[in-house]
Design a protein around this ligand. Structure first.
Ligand SMILES: [Zn+2]
Length: 440
């Protein structure tokens, strides 16, 4: 009654030495268990059969682990694969041979500290038969040390559709973190709504509902897949986002089918707090007099990345005693944006550099006239500074007429699901038994 020996995934069965110490150990174990089971029967004659322990082999990496002696560890800082192999009975020749043969599958430079690995031995004296490098939840590398082959094995991902609802206490991010939920969902929602609604405007009590996909590997959640749709209720207004792909563009659309992507991100720093608004009559804290504040201040910890709110060309990356280190970007013939008090510029940011929307251009600091770390964000329209929070940008291109009906079908189904999600006062995530989204 020893376990079936061998590998489960198209691995050949390997004969076992008949009298290995492990076999003797296993046989002893079996005899001992048999004795205890017999003993239990003697004491309690009517034990139901289901109460007896059933040994389930531990499966991992396509291998019945119980049939091997395993040695698990994690890659240490500055450790090379050679250090690991040579310390585990793999000869130098064996190592160079397998790495050379498998070099197209596994790049030794891909070894990362902190990642788990395991050696599988048939017994305590021989060299290991397998080495597994667990590169990520999504894949591992199986080194067959007898055949000198390396295989990259992708773990099958199961996608589960989930719906959820919640209430904002302090931020969207915290709504997830405070409830032990993956904040990756918050990031996806922020991506969806970044254009249409400044997330700094979310207030305590604002509600949201969403439909998303969770990626499960071997029973464990490994990440968030697609966000299908979401609604945010902010000061009585409902903001919808529906994931859809047209011939030209894949992304989020509002309920009318307008792409949610507009020309500018609403803020240059993620997760920042507005500490001072655009105000032509502000009392200046350092100069101690009324002085127009023609920008919006976003307070954030020193070193927080500052992102370009739209594509453009850097026209200034310099220093003045008032602005400190600052960057100015020309977006088109109408709009410029400017970012003040940076600790430093990001790599490659200098006059003439092309920047992409969302690209990090510098880091929050307090250079120049600033009482604390923040970015003073200035928005220029036709060379005059304006309050960007009050600007109404022109609507983005509408969806082409021939694609609108298909979008409406998707939107209606998602809308229907969103409406069935109860909105309670607590964060709630549940699995959808059926997958209405897949049929879209
Ligand atoms: Zn300012």
């Amino acid at each position: 009654m020893i376990h079936r020996i061998g590998l489960l995934n198209n691995m050949p069965e390997t004969p076992r030495p008949k009298y290995s110490s492990r076999n003797i150990f296993l046989s002893t174990l079996v005899l001992l268990s048999a004795y205890f089971i017999y003993d239990a029967f003697e004491k309690e004659k009517n034990i139901p059969l289901g109460a007896l322990p059933i040994e389930v082999p531990t499966l991992a990496y396509g291998v019945a682990l119980d049939t091997f002696i395993t040695k698990k560890d994690t890659v240490q800082k500055n450790q090379f694969i050679a250090d690991i192999f040579l310390a585990n009975k793999v000869s130098y020749n064996k190592m160079t041979n397998i790495l050379a043969k498998g070099k197209d599958v596994f790049d030794v430079r891909g070894l990362r500290s902190g990642k788990p690995y395991v050696f599988l031995y048939k017994d305590t004296v021989s060299a290991p038969e397998y080495f597994v490098y667990d590169a990520s939840p999504y894949k591992y590398y199986l080194f067959d040390l007898k055949k000198d082959t390396i295989a990259e094995i992708r773990r099958p991902i199961e996608k589960v559709i989930k719906t959820g609802s919640g209430v904002i206490e302090s931020s969207l991010w915290n709504a997830f973190v405070d409830n032990d939920l993956n904040p990756e969902i918050a990031v996806k929602m922020e991506e969806a709504f970044a254009w249409s609604l400044s997330l700094q405007h979310l207030q305590k009590g604002d509600r949201f509902k969403l439909i998303f996909e969770e990626e499960i590997i071997e029973g464990k959640s490994v990440g968030i897949g697609k966000l299908y749709g979401a609604v945010l209720e902010n000061s009585g207004n409902h903001y919808y986002a529906f994931n859809f792909r047209t011939k030209k563009y894949a992304g989020f659309f509002d309920e009318e089918g307008r792409p949610m992507e507009k020309q500018f991100l609403k803020s240059p720093v993620e997760y920042a707090r507005i500490s001072s608004r655009y105000n032509p009559r502000r009392f200046h804290p350092i100069d101690r007099r009324v002085k127009a504040h023609r920008g919006t201040d976003y307070a954030a910890p020193k070193g927080t990345p500052i992102r370009a709110v739209a594509n453009g060309v850097v026209t200034r990356a310099s220093y003045t005693s008032g602005n400190g280190n600052y960057v100015k970007i020309r977006h088109d013939k109408t709009y410029d944006t400017q970012y003040l008090h940076m600790q430093r510029f990001a790599k490659g940011i200098s006059r003439g550099a092309q920047v992409k929307q969302g690209q990090t251009i510098g880091y929050v600091g307090k250079t120049g006239k600033a009482t604390g770390p923040h970015v003073c964000f200035r928005f220029w329209k036709n060379n005059r500074q304006v309050d960007h929070l009050k600007l109404n940008f022109p609507p983005a291109d509408p969806m082409p007429d021939d694609e609108l009906p298909a979008f409406m079908v998707v939107k209606d189904s998602l809308m229907q699901i969103l409406e069935t999600i109860p909105s309670g006062d607590k964060m709630m995530i549940e699995e959808k038994a059926t997958d209405p989204v897949a049929s879209l």
